[in-house]
Design a protein around this ligand. Structure first.
Ligand code: G1P
Length: 300
């Protein structure tokens, strides 16, 4: 593995989805703005990118996504009001999201799939490797994943996907990878990929969870990738092309994640994420845990 691969500084966050699983909450509010305890889900994702050293963030948005831009921008009226009251703690929390990263936005226009959303980032990203973070997947901040992926890319070049072993019955919900061992613990070589396979055709139970570090060669492939599963342009299909021919954009590796992940696009998992994160918070945790214990033992 050489040391000559360029550093990664840009993150792309596709956020154009309609959030139909959360209707009616998402009728007029983007799903990315749903709170997980007291922060919108999308802020955890931007914080994760920044935590891995990526401070240039491009969101691929669509209609009705203005609240996302507002959330990561200054809110002078609110800041004024809080400083007049001398409420320094809340003022800091308000300013946190606008000070996080350099934010950019591009609109997807036609919702033609995740691959198409990533292609919308091409003019901003240029010829640099970049990361993609899907907003529905929340990775617990204490279990670093993206920084490990960035490290693999910097050593091996090519592209890197995050993989997690799931129950075979769940594989049809994910992109699924055929893998080979490498000499490194937790890092595999990806030899093939299938988007949402039927269980009988799944090459393994390694599922792609929504983190990618991509070689810019993916853009050329995406331009030539036709609609796949669900009639959409699939990022998984473009990665399959890259995995099949290393000469195009280098190898595809997988980092196997064993930490805590929540699918905030699923209502049950969304609730579990809130309960777990609330229990672990220093400020809210002690009271909440005591209540939860009483509730489970006495009222359920
Ligand atoms: C997308 C990807 C899929 C991946 C999943 C991870 O699917 O297409 O390959 O496994 O995200 O969350 P979606 O869940 O958006 O249908």
């Amino acid at each position: 593995m050489s040391e000559s691969h360029p550093r990664i500084s840009k993150a792309v966050i596709p956020a154009a989805g309609l959030g139909t699983r959360f209707l009616p909450a998402t009728k007029a509010t983007p799903k990315e703005m749903l709170p997980v305890v007291d922060k919108p889900a999308i802020q955890y994702v931007v914080e994760e990118a920044v935590g891995a050293g990526l401070s240039d963030v491009l969101m691929v948005t669509g209609r009705n996504k203005r609240p996302l831009e507002d959330h990561f921008d200054r809110n002078y009226e609110l800041e004024e009001a809080l400083s007049r009251k001398g409420d320094a703690a809340r003022l800091a929390r308000v300013q946190e999201s606008s000070d996080l990263a350099t934010m950019h936005y591009v609109r997807q226009g036609d919702p033609r799939g995740l691959g198409h959303a990533v292609l919308c980032a091409a003019p901003h990203v240029g010829e640099q490797p970049f990361a993609v973070l899907l907003g529905d997947d929340l990775i617990d901040p204490r279990d670093p994943l993206l920084s490990r992926m960035v490290d693999v890319r910097e050593r091996a070049g090519g592209s890197v996907v995050a993989l997690m072993e799931v129950e075979p019955s769940q594989v049809h919900l994910y992109g699924c990878a055929a893998v080979e061992a490498t000499g490194e613990d937790g890092v595999v070589r990806v030899t093939g990929l299938v988007e949402k396979p039927d269980p009988a055709e799944a090459p393994s139970n390694y599922a792609i969870i929504g983190r990618y570090v991509l070689d810019p060669a993916v853009f050329g492939i995406l331009r030539e990738t036709g609609p796949g599963r669900g009639g959409e342009i699939q990022l998984t299909d473009a990665l399959e092309t890259l995995a099949a021919d290393e000469a195009i954009g280098g190898p595809v590796h997988g980092v196997v994640f064993k930490g805590r992940r929540y699918d905030t696009g699923d209502r049950g998992d969304y609730l579990r994420a809130i309960v777990r994160l609330a229990c672990e918070r220093e400020d809210l945790g002690p009271d909440f845990r005591a209540w939860l214990r009483r509730y489970v033992t006495e009222e359920m």
